[in-house]
Design a protein around this ligand. Structure first.
Ligand code: PBG
Length: 322
């Protein structure tokens, strides 16, 4: 056969493959989500997420030291709050769990970029990301509480706040609140295109934060839409988001690709708990090779256009890449 192009020539050896490789995953692309709980010297295994833990603050700080030593640049904190009420007042308590966790980490590992989730679900009985008034998740009243929450994290020393609530106007509200108090250096990683997804199931088990009634479809996006994602992202950039996120990642790779082609801000993607669970469970059964599945998945998310990836595999990947 006479062929001028034989693409297989570029696949003949690992050396050649490495020369033509278009995408590579680095430890500095990774953000490790971590769960925090009250107590001392505890690492509670999370049943719905094998290998992940709820850390007491002392253990959390130790884990952050390990992650930082492995080269992971950032962590994203979620609180397992027992302080629940109708107004989510626990979310902005200056002595709250997350506020103390931020101070602990920044004192011990100042170089680590500490990010925190901004949403009310762990702090309300009903488990919604916003306040519920007359059966409805209300927007503007929720934004006021989210601003207080973000401000209390800024006072504790957070680097970036990450609003995951999907209320309208919250990025602008938080930006104004932070700037008004002099926290112009605190960044906003906005969950801009966050879909109403079944893939958050294991996470809600970890935080005991599943909505008691109804679902989150009146604020999180319909999985069928992509133009709407670009609109949400554009609005968040206008309002001052530094980084925008698409979440989940795997069923939304087209959205990641469209976002990175359309906007000139860094794009984050969240490899969520259900995606973690699919690889974990299939690997346990011997159906896929765990390490290879993790690397292939995260490389795919990066190839789609993500500049940074939140993933529960971050520590494992850092160890693999070493
Ligand atoms: C809370 C929040 C959720 C996740 C991140 N922040 C759950 C939800 O919206 O119900 C999901 C993360 C994951 O599944 O890994 N607003």
């Amino acid at each position: 056969m006479e062929l001028t192009q034989r693409p297989r020539r570029l696949r003949r050896s690992e050396a050649v493959r490495s020369l033509v490789r278009e995408t590579s995953l680095h430890v500095d692309d990774l953000i490790h989500p971590l769960f925090v709980t009250e107590g001392k010297s505890t690492r509670e295994p999370i049943e719905s997420m094998p290998g992940q833990y709820r850390f007491s603050i002392d253990e959390l700080v130790a884990e952050c030291q390990t992650l930082s030593r492995l080269g992971i640049p950032a962590v994203n904190l979620f609180g397992y709050s027992t302080e629940k009420d109708d107004m989510a007042t626990g979310s902005y308590d200056p002595e709250g769990l997350i506020q103390r966790a931020i101070r602990g980490i920044k004192a011990a590992v100042p170089e680590l970029c500490v990010q925190t989730d901004i949403a009310l679900d762990p702090y309300t009985y009903h488990g919604h990301d916003g306040l519920v008034i007359d059966g409805e998740v209300v927007n503007d009243e929720t934004v006021e509480v989210l601003c207080k929450m973000a401000l209390s994290h800024a006072e504790a020393g957070v680097d970036w706040v990450a609003p995951s609530d999907m209320m309208d106007g919250r990025v602008g509200g938080i930006r104004r609140a932070l700037d008004g108090a002099g926290y112009t250096n605190v960044g906003i990683l906005a969950y801009s295109a966050k879909y109403a997804s079944c893939f958050y199931g294991p996470f809600r088990g970890a935080l005991d934060s599943a909505p008691k009634k109804g679902d989150k479809k009146s604020y999180q996006m319909d999985p069928a839409n992509s133009r709407e994602a670009l609109k949400e992202i554009a609005l968040d950039i206008e309002q001052g988001a530094d980084v925008v996120m698409v979440k989940p990642a795997l069923a939304y790779l087209d959205v990641i690709a469209a976002a990175s082609a359309t906007f000139d801000v860094p794009i984050a993607a969240y490899n969520v708990s259900g995606e973690f669970g699919m690889i974990t469970a299939a690997a346990e059964r011997g159906w896929v090779h765990r390490e290879t599945a993790i690397m292939e998945t995260l490389t795919g998310i990066k190839r789609a256009g993500a500049d940074m990836i939140l993933t529960y595999f971050a520590k494992e990947v850092a160890e693999i890449l070493k």
